[in-house]
Design a protein around this ligand. Sequence first.
Ligand code: AP5
Ligand code: ZN
Length: 217
Amino acid sequence: VTLILLGPPGAGKGTQARMLEQDFGLVQLSTGDLLRGAVAAGTDAGKAAKAVMEAGELVSDEIVINILRDRMGDDDCARGVILDGFPRTTAQAEALEGLLAEHNATVDSVISLAVDDAAMVERVSGRFTCGGCGEGYHDTFKAPKVAGTCDNCGSSDFKRRADDNAETVAARLEAYHASTAPLIAFYDAKGTLTTVDAMGEIDAIASHLSTIVGKVA
Ligand code: AP5
Ligand code: ZN
């Protein structure tokens, strides 16, 4: 099973992908997370990507496709994947088709999360993540039950991303509209697209997505 979550920064791709991962036994593949891992590990790809990510621009198709191809080959991905933040350009979408074709697979479902630009700035600038288990939080919308302590693992090691500032968020949004939004029409033409209003409560959106994913997974 191959699912794609499309949407601008802050749409809730990561939040929803983690919930679907647990419910359906699929693996969340976030190219943003893979790239941040490469930056932290200091690989050649990470060195090339660091400044681009800090500017809020798109990393080259070549680097992103290579990093995704490597991860998709891992055994745990065989049952199915939720692609979060990939593809982001038409070239990436076409490369994905080639990659899946090698395994006689195709994209089963594409969910486009629709939010308004103002809401996404608020969501991204309030975001933080648990360094212990990776759980995502938000200052206003999803605060830990006990302030300063992760609900899941009890860690108090919270992190904020270097690119979650107002200036970079504007550049990320611009990159989304210029390069990624055209994929909505690309997948609509293939009949695999469902658009979901992602302005509501996290749990309400999650149950809507579960219904859609339940038809293919
Ligand atoms: P990436 O890591 O993919 O970031 P992004 O697309 O900007 O997406 P985000 O992680 O910001 O948002 P999200 O939709 O996952 O929202 P979340 O669930 O966290 O990419 C980073 C960079 O890497 C890019 O700029 C680029 O440079 C590079 N890159 C990555 N992939 C690439 C590719 N394929 N090609 C080229 N370059 C690539 O939610 C946000 C916050 O809101 C959270 O705090 C959450 O708790 C809260 N929230 C979520 N849902 C709701 C809700 N319904 N109501 C209220 N709050 C909510
Ligand atoms: Zn945690």
